[in-house]
Design a protein around this ligand. Structure first.
Ligand code: ARG
Length: 276
């Protein structure tokens, strides 16, 4: 497998400057030096697993720019640029658009001003795009993106505001297996997942709260926050190499390992490559 490229943004201007999800509390500020150290350690684990890291320059006044998963949804050399629901993050769009275009991506806009938060809410498992809606991204927007790219989309309603992006409760491992937290979905969503993903590893609530599902998969290595021992045991039994690294300073903003990364070959390539 060739080295996967991953986009990250150093946490130079990271902090809890507003509250747009239930994890954020401006009175529970991030420890800045510790956040830098945690980010560097995550970067190191990804490099050790075989990834090549690209860096987006941090921008003062855009504290959540570190969460590059929300930049866009990458599909081959096309990137559907996010349109954030909250005005606090809309200033990030031009920086993500510029970086991706300069890297050679064909930058496509989210159709019709729908809210769409990129790989945070749109994840390929095999050739199907699983798309989280209601909290941040719009269901109809996902459908229109699917039509625009000619891909099958399965929308999943996210019912719990703590799991406001799909990547906080669902993580494809290969083209036919994924990690998920059942409690973030309604009965219908759980049935859709069971019917379309042959192997599902369920995460228990306590570990889901530690962002167990917010994992970065590089080959057979799966990097998560600390506090997910049971998931790690399940991953080892399934032939993966789980790695834990503390990301508590980013949990304060409602993010963890996966949120801090954007896979540049596309999530589709990620799962296809892993399953060969
Ligand atoms: N504070 C950020 C927000 O609420 C966190 C984003 C986390 N990203 C993710 N892909 N889940 O938008």
């Amino acid at each position: 497998m060739s080295s996967p490229r991953i986009l990250m943004c150093p946490p130079t201007h990271y902090g809890i400057h507003y509250e747009i999800n239930p994890w954020m509390n401006t009175e529970r500020q991030a420890d800045h030096p510790l956040a830098q150290e945690q980010w560097r350690a995550l970067r190191g684990h990804l490099v050790a697993a075989g990834a090549t890291i690209e860096e987006l320059a941090p921008v003062d006044g855009l504290p959540d720019l570190v969460f590059t998963a929300n930049a866009a949804m990458v599909f081959g050399r096309k990137a559907v640029i996010s349109h954030f629901k909250h005005p606090q993050r809309q200033g990030e769009e031009e920086h993500f658009r510029r970086w991706l275009a300069a890297d050679g991506f064909e930058a496509l806009e989210t159709p019709n001003q729908f809210s769409f938060e990129g790989a945070g809410d749109a994840l390929f498992c095999g050739d199907t795009l699983f798309a989280g809606y209601r909290q941040r991204s719009d269901a109809l927007g996902h459908q229109q993106i699917g039509e625009m790219l000619g891909i099958r989309v399965l929308p999943l309603e996210l019912i719990d505001s703590y799991y406001y992006h799909l990547d906080t409760c669902f993580c494809p491992l290969t083209a036919d297996s994924a990690i998920y937290f059942p409690g973030a979905f309604d009965d219908y969503g759980q049935r859709v997942l069971a019917a379309n993903v042959p192997t599902l590893i369920a995460v228990e609530e306590e570990e889901a709260r530690s962002f167990a599902c917010n994992a970065v998969v590089v080959g057979r290595t799966v990097v998560t926050n600390v506090g997910c021992p049971h998931l790690h045991e399940q991953l080892r039994n399934a032939g993966f190499t789980p790695v834990e690294t503390p990301l508590g300073e980013f949990v304060k903003a409602g993010g963890s390992a996966k949120c801090l990364t954007l896979r540049l070959e596309g999530e589709d390539a990620a799962v296809w490559a892993n399953s060969t």
